[in-house]
Unconditional design. Structure first.
Length: 445
């Protein structure tokens, strides 16, 4: 079922509900004929479609904007103010259209006789529905963030293990030791330099095993050391070009990603003096690019794809930005997204279970704090709304809508926090998160 069709059904149901509520509050269902009923019902549906779709498009527009993580209050205020203005304008337009076209009234007379009371029902009904949609949206978004956080906790240790296991190909170590053996007899001084560089490579691997990100400068320095090993082995068959340092000292990438890409370039391409392999590292449009000329080996065992897959998975755990791969006739390049700040995806600890417990406890305290703020706001705002209702249009007691709507939201929030074993309680959330994580894990097997 398409989203548009779902929206039409949803808006129709909302129109029916508002039709029922409106007539309950206005004295009941008294129609002199079926035609009168159909006309009245059609007008309710017209109001529902115009107001609902205008607020839906506005809601989608707000969601499409890039909001900072700490701009939740600004997002809510923008939604409330925008929905208020859209609702008032929509109600005025519909009422004017009805008065002029359906009732044959003059537009000037219509405007002169308009009062705030004519807008109260439609205004508060629409805002109540908008508030419920916002509540559902932010709740779902919060749940998605929690699931993602749990996935990060569960997947980081595995990703780090795989990264360490697959970073340095055993063939590289074997070939390096062969080169070292030959250098000991032929050139002891070069053998000493080779051993020093090899120890630096492995020291760097051990130092970075618990880090999510490292500076580009660190990776470039490591790549320089790693390439010195390859040049000792292949001599002039490799031409290497890279910047001395990053344009931004604070820029960061996934650790050991350059080593994997450099190793792949050597592994999958012909490297000899007649066809040297040209490898270039440079920055472009917020990415660190590793590029080489494409000259595939004629006989090559099937690639496992571990290197690139490893890099992609680690980036997926840290950011929404993707690793881009470009393969052309004579060129192969991989663009690594450059991140400008450290991404803290979890509290560092020696035990993943401790991380899991800590994050869930921290989230529970945050939710509890939000519940208390919500209750305090409810106790302050509801009396104020009752007072406004009393001063403006006490005949129509619209304050019941926010009382029940907001109250139901607080009740659901409290149920989730304080009920463990019930449907949608805290234990239910934990079980669903674990189920989702198991399903995601099975997909990768």
């Amino acid at each position: 079922m398409s989203r548009s069709f779902k929206n039409i059904i949803l808006v129709f149901i909302i129109g029916c509900a508002v039709f029922v509520v409106g007539h309950i509050f206005s004295g009941g269902f008294h129609f002199e004929s079926t035609n009168e009923f159909l006309i009245d019902f059609t007008f309710y549906q017209l109001y529902s479609f115009v107001l609902s779709y205008s607020n839906m498009y506005f809601f989608d527009y707000l969601n499409g904007l890039q909001w900072k993580p700490n701009s939740l209050v600004k997002r809510i205020l923008a939604g409330v103010i925008g929905s208020t203005l859209l609702t008032l304008m929509g109600l005025f337009f519909l009422r004017a259209l009805t008065a002029v076209i359906f009732n044959g009234q003059n537009l000037t007379n219509f405007i002169a006789n308009e009062t705030w009371r004519s807008y109260t029902f439609g205004f508060w009904i629409t805002l109540s529905i908008v508030a419920i949609f916002h509540l559902i949206y932010f709740y779902n978004k919060y749940q998605q963030n929690r699931i993602k956080e749990q996935k990060v906790i569960a997947g980081t240790a595995s990703a780090k293990f795989d990264a360490l296991k697959n970073q340095l190909d055993p063939h590289f170590l074997f070939n390096s030791l062969n080169v070292l053996t030959s250098l000991i007899d032929e050139n002891p001084e070069m053998a000493q330099k080779f051993t020093t560089s090899l120890s630096k490579v492995y020291r760097y691997v051990l130092e970075q095993r618990d880090k999510e990100l490292v500076t580009v400068d660190e990776e470039l320095q490591f790549a320089k050391t790693y390439m010195s090993l390859l040049k000792m082995r292949f001599e002039d068959s490799i031409v290497f070009n890279m910047p001395e340092q990053a344009s931004n000292p604070e820029s960061k990438v996934v650790p050991l990603s350059l080593q994997l890409l450099l190793e792949n370039a050597v592994k999958h391409n012909t490297v000899n003096s007649s066809s040297p392999l040209h490898i270039k590292i440079y920055e472009d449009k917020g990415a660190l690019i590793v590029e080489n000329n494409l000259q595939p080996k004629q006989i090559l065992k099937k690639s496992s794809g571990v290197g690139l897959t490893n890099i992609k998975q680690r980036y997926n755990l840290l950011t929404d930005r993707k690793v881009n791969i470009y393969r052309e006739t004579d060129r192969f390049a991989v663009a690594l997204p450059i991140l400008t700040k450290q991404v803290s995806i979890m509290r560092t600890s020696s035990q993943t279970n401790l991380d899991d417990t800590y994050v869930r406890a921290r989230n529970y305290v945050e939710e509890l704090k939000h519940l208390y703020y919500n209750i305090i706001s409810y106790c302050l705002v509801i009396p104020f709304l009752i007072f406004i209702n009393y001063q403006t249009s006490w005949d129509f007691k619209w304050f019941w809508f926010p009382i029940f709507g907001w109250g139901i939201g607080i009740g659901i929030q409290a149920f989730r926090l304080f009920i463990n074993n019930g449907a949608y309680g805290r234990d239910w959330e934990k079980r669903k998160i674990e189920q989702f994580m198991r399903e995601e894990e099975n997909k990768w097997r």
